[in-house]
Design a protein around this ligand. Structure first.
Ligand code: TXA
Ligand code: MG
Length: 319
């Protein structure tokens, strides 16, 4: 398959919508990372997403919708979920909510679970595409399973482990401004739980909710049958040493709060560091040496950055 590279204009968006309507999978821009989208109502299209990523089929996908009204047709919203949607959508927030059984979502999207992960992306191009397509789009990050998430079309098509030739098209809207995946929250009974730190700081959610989020320990990968199995994630080829302020010979050093050939943010700005994180990991990896990373403060977006770095540094047992 030849992968088309589509411009983010009317023609490119129309072509992406047509391909999606035909059941093909297309990499699409969002403000967090690029997603690998397919029609969430079409089981074959969803199967193509898993196939292109080489993703274990028990790991459910996020469904993208244009607004809260469309989202309410798919999932059951509590008052608290509505309040968060009104405060943070469109944006980098995903909510795991009870699935409406009559929503018409392919069961492969939720991997058979009774909940569904839902997000309204802020990217203008994603919004335009959702309007044009007129349905729910399932989209995990557009990387091969276990590899670094893509924040640009070049990452999506990377000859080293990317999806070129495995997907119908990539819709090119340049770099993803947030740079880390959405924050995922769910509810355990009445209790809000942070399932994955991400592009919306947990502090902002807690402020809006007026209460603390419970933290889910361990892996963000939803695999009830084998918890922890997929802890290694976002993995570069090189070994990674984190919280490493010392420079050692024979290592590529990713810096934070100081300059460097691979600096996440010379002035220590967490928003800038999140936007640069995945591109910097890929670029540092090309040096072919072990990678060491400066400590990054563990608050705000730093929580998501440290989460991704810990996973990138985790032992690889999944090939
Ligand atoms: O920013 C993002 O969230 C990007 C863009 C493309 O929207 N998407 C993304 O998708 O990061 P993905 O598939 O790489 O990560 C989705 C996470 C997985 O860890 C999955 O296990 C979890 O969401 N998830 C999905 N449905 C779930 C559910 N019903 N219950 C619990 N976790 C769920
Ligand atoms: Mg992912």
């Amino acid at each position: 398959m030849r992968t088309e590279r589509l411009k983010p204009d009317g023609d490119g968006i129309a072509r992406a919508a047509d391909l999606l309507a035909s059941g093909a999978v297309v990499a699409i821009p969002t403000e967090t990372v690029y997603g690998l989208a397919g029609d969430a109502r079409n089981g074959e299209a969803v199967a193509r997403i898993y196939e292109a990523k080489g993703r274990p089929s028990f790991n459910p996908l996020i469904v993208h919708l244009p607004n809260l009204t469309a989202a309410r047709r798919i999932a059951v919203f509590s008052d608290e979920a509505v309040a968060l949607a009104q405060a943070f959508w469109p944006g980098a927030l995903t909510m795991v909510l009870p699935l409406r059984p009559d929503a018409g979502i392919a069961s492969l999207v939720t991997a058979g679970h009774e909940t569904i992960a839902i997000r309204v992306p802020a990217s203008d191009v994603a919004q335009e595409l959702l309007r044009r397509f007129g349905g729910p789009l399932a989209a995990p990050s557009a990387n091969a399973s276990g590899r670094i998430s893509p924040t640009s079309p070049d990452h999506v098509l990377d000859p080293d482990g990317g999806l070129d030739g495995r997907i119908a098209a990539v819709l090119d809207a340049g770099a993803s401004p947030v740079g880390v995946e959405s924050t995922i929250i769910g509810w355990n009974g009445d209790r809000p739980v942070l399932l994955r730190p991400g592009g919306l700081p947990a502090e902002a959610l807690e402020e809006a909710l007026g209460r603390k989020l419970a933290r889910k320990a361990g892996s963000d990968d939803f695999s009830p049958s084998s918890p922890g199995q997929m802890t290694s994630h976002y993995a570069p080829n090189a070994a990674l040493r984190i919280n490493a302020p010392d420079m050692r010979e024979g290592e590529t050093h990713i810096t934070f709060g100081r300059p460097g050939a691979f600096s996440l943010s010379p002035h220590g700005d967490l928003t800038e560091a999140a936007a640069n994180l995945f591109d910097m990991l890929r670029r540092a990896d090309r040096e072919g040496l072990p990678i060491a990373v400066d400590p990054v403060p563990d608050h705000g977006l730093g929580t998501a950055i440290n989460d991704r770095l810990r996973r990138a540094a985790a032992p690889r047992n999944n090939g």
